[in-house]
Design a protein around this ligand. Structure first.
Ligand code: NDP
Length: 263
């Protein structure tokens, strides 16, 4: 069905992608993805978290770069700027953040193989939808796009989300000492930055980033990854908030789960 770009394969795959979003949203009713604090009891092979994260995210940069450089617009200014943003984003998500993670000495491997495999569907599809749209199908990504309000507003929202995400991940990282210490508790209450308002500011930052991306690329590829991220992270943020409240008696009472002052 050619209902969006006119390319039958792309448009059909995008429809399938939106169906996959529905599956993720429904799956969240049965529990959270089995990694980190929710990874302990699920059966199956488990990876050490740093390896799990890198494996899961790998298709996003790989597929994007392969598809992008086959595209007819891959030498154009705006697509090249988007390539740069993609590389910065996935250098952080796929390599820098996992490599900087401090794994608690006493904890067992907790990143379930099911998360990696289901994650691959999303990260590969995300890389394909975005790169093929940007380098082949988009007609609006000429140099004039850089002064379009949708580009400017989108890039500002993206930058705010990205900074909030990186800062929040750093706050959590610094809760553990650099040299693994089996005597320190695995989890502590994070304070400062976005944690003054919500329990999962990194998730809020992640969602803002993809909202900004959907606006500045003005694409359904962007809407796809925004919906995937929300389907994963809204229920996980709510579960994380409940987990913190149960785990720590002195947990800040005015802190919300995901949206300051609201949810
Ligand atoms: P994790 O639950 O793996 O947490 C990241 C690291 O912080 C782990 O080493 C974890 O340890 C540690 N940690 C978490 N909470 C605490 C705490 N209270 N005290 C001490 N250490 C802690 O990953 P997240 O779910 O937080 O996600 C990581 C990043 O990936 C975020 O920026 C998130 O936005 C992004 N992300 C994006 C998704 C998307 O759909 N685009 C999906 C999921 C995440 P341990 O492993 O021992 O729990």
């Amino acid at each position: 069905m050619a209902w969006y770009t006119g390319d039958v394969f792309y448009d059909t795959a995008l429809l399938a992608g939106f169906a996959y979003v529905l599956i993720i949203a429904l799956a969240a009713k049965f529990g959270q993805a089995a990694y980190g604090r929710f990874g302990g009891r699920a059966p199956g092979i488990k990876f050490e978290p740093r390896l799990g994260w890198m494996l899961m995210e790998l298709p996003a940069p790989l597929v994007f770069i392969i598809i992008f450089f086959q595209g007819q617009n891959s030498d154009q200014l705006v697509p090249l700027i988007f390539l740069g943003i993609w590389i910065i984003h996935y250098s952080n998500r796929g390599f820098i953040n996992p490599l900087l993670m401090r794994v608690h000495k006493g904890s067992k491997a907790s990143f379930n193989i099911s998360v990696v495999i289901f994650g691959w569907i999303a990260t590969a599809a995300h890389g394909f939808f975005s790169a093929d749209f940007i380098a082949n199908h988009a007609k609006h990504l000429t140099p004039e796009w850089l002064t379009d309000p949708r580009f400017i507003v989108g890039i500002i929202i993206y930058a705010i989300g990205f900074m909030l995400n990186v800062h929040s991940d750093a706050v959590v990282r610094n809760l553990r000492s650099k040299v693994p210490n089996p005597n320190e508790p695995r989890y502590k209450v994070p304070y400062g930055g976005g944690y003054r308002f919500v329990s999962s500011p990194s998730y809020l930052g992640e969602m803002l980033s993809w909202l900004g991306f959907a606006i500045f690329t003005w694409s359904l590829a962007g809407v796809f990854i925004l919906l995937v991220t929300m389907a994963n992270l809204v229920p996980r943020a709510l579960a994380t908030h409940r987990w913190y409240q149960k785990q720590f008696e002195d947990y800040p009472q005015n802190r919300k789960a995901l949206i300051p002052y609201l949810i």
